[in-house]
Design a protein around this ligand. Structure first.
Ligand code: PMP
Length: 458
């Protein structure tokens, strides 16, 4: 921690660094916060502030910061074999061991994994695999993937095309053809004129309607997250997934469950699909796989697709230089071993998840909160101008970003998606730290309400 570095680094940052998902000019004027080090669930910035990381970085630092075992796993592997690839009939021990471990943790019908460097690359791989699968089955017309509005599946061209975020589609298009979107099961935002159960069924019906419009012989797969993360921590009504499952089975359409956020304990199961009793054909993974210590992703491939690709496919012309990178794989393997040894998944399911739910739901009483929801260790607050009707604040007020900035200034990272506030803390958070998180969130809500009332936003 070295105070004088702030100005110097901010100037260099402004001069040379284009940040992801950022208005470059606006950030240049404001200056970046410089995060210098971290331990446990806390990050530290160059101004000496300690901040509770309620987002686990970008939903990924599941084991928390400063885990020496992960540092050692990386160091040992970098010494032994820093790089070799998995192309051309070669492999190395960490990739094989990690593949074995993942398939041991995955549902029974999943016995293969294809490694990538990120979640976006995993979803690019998904798109190619599902189309290849149907082509090999002699049904090349079955090529359209149905995804959801407001979904996030990555930032590569295929990832953003599968995603349903209109602002992303509006830049650098056209999108990859053969991808269609249906409504999301976002009850608070779009369904409050019905019961959650009826709304969940209506959203599943929208998938069936889309299949009928496109023709079932043209639809390859449906892709979705169990709980939508970046879209706003959207937990679907209980009726949604059983109804979706039935629709996909009726028309023989592959199910792709994006586990990039929900995988590795976030919802209190190894995979989010297990919480909802789903049997996905493909599961893109990343983030929590290595707790974010090194970049690695992949696609878990169910037997149905794997068997066809293996037996009938010949060479699959796809792969990345860093597919199964040895150091990343070694860190991911150690990460999974630590999660098992420390019973992280069970703790989230049986203790921390229910505890967060009880504390988080108290925030629903706050005058500017219309709904407080959580599942496992992901949660959201809907900011509203009027609790009774659920009416939103005027968009021009920027209530969500105001609340996020106040959180940050007050020692908590909470993310805003429009006027939805989100948390997704490291899975090693303690009950006391959950208390601290809720206390800091409440303070930020109080201050947000005060400033919105007095119209003082600076
Ligand atoms: N899928 C989901 C559900 C995600 O949340 C993300 C990243 N936020 C991705 C895919 C893309 O992952 P990456 O940023 O590693 O490419």
């Amino acid at each position: 921690m070295n105070r004088p570095i702030t100005g110097e680094l901010q100037a260099l940052d402004r001069a040379h660094h284009l940040h992801p998902f950022t208005d470059f000019k606006a950030l240049g004027e404001e200056g970046s916060r410089i995060v210098t080090h971290a331990e446990g669930v806390y990050i530290h910035d160059s101004e000496g502030n300690r901040i509770l990381d309620g987002m686990a970085g970008l939903w990924c630092v599941n084991l928390g910061y400063g885990r020496e075992e992960l540092v050692e796993a990386a160091t040992a592997q970098l010494r032994e074999l820093p790089y070799y690839n998995n192309f051309f009939k070669t492999t190395h021990p960490p990739a094989v061991r990690l593949a074995e471990k993942l398939c041991q943790l995955a549902p029974e019908h999943v016995n293969r994994v294809f490694f990538t460097g990120s979640g976006s690359e995993a979803n690019d791989t998904v798109l190619r695999m599902v189309r290849r699968y149907w082509a090999l089955k002699g049904r090349p017309d079955k090529h359209i993937v149905i995804a959801r509005e407001n979904a996030y599946h990555g930032s590569t061209v295929a990832g953003m095309s599968l995603g349903g975020m209109a602002p992303m589609h509006g830049q650098g298009g056209p999108c990859v053809p053969g991808i269609e979107h249906v409504r999301q099961p976002y009850w608070f935002g779009e369904g409050r004129d019905q019961s959650p159960e009826a709304f969940g069924r209506a959203c599943a019906q929208a998938i069936e309607d889309k299949i009928l419009t496109l023709g079932e012989d043209n639809v390859a797969a449906f892709i979705a997250e169990p709980v939508q993360g970046a879209g706003g921590a959207i937990i679907p009504p209980e009726s949604y997934w059983p109804a979706v499952k039935a629709v996909l089975a009726k028309y023989d359409i592959l199910l792709v469950i994006d586990e990039v956020i929900c995988g590795f304990g976030r919802l209190g199961e190894w995979f989010g699909s297990q919480h909802y009793g789903l049997e996905p054909d493909l599961m893109p993974i990343a983030k929590g796989l290595s707790s974010g210590y090194l970049p690695i992703g992949g696609v878990l491939v169910g037997d149905r697709v794997a068997t066809t690709l293996i037996d009938d496919g010949g060479e699959f012309f796809h792969g990345f230089t860093y597919s199964g990178h040895p150091a990343c794989a070694a860190v991911a393997l150690k990460n999974l071993e630590l999660m098992e040894a420390e019973n992280i998944v069970e703790r989230v399911r049986d203790d921390l998840g229910p505890y967060l739910a009880s504390r988080w739901s108290e925030l629903a009483e706050h005058p500017i909160v219309g709904e407080a929801r959580s599942l496992g260790l992901v949660g959201a607050l809907e900011l509203v101008a009027d609790q009774a009707s659920g009416a939103r604040f005027d968009k021009s007020l920027g209530a969500g970003s105001l609340c996020r900035d106040l959180c940050f200034a007050n020692g908590l990272v909470m993310r805003s998606v429009g006027d939805t506030m989100i948390i997704s803390p490291p899975l090693v958070i303690t009950r006391e730290q959950i208390d601290e998180l809720v206390r800091l969130a409440r303070q930020a809500l109080d201050e947000t309400a005060r400033r919105l009332k007095n119209r003082t936003f600076e």
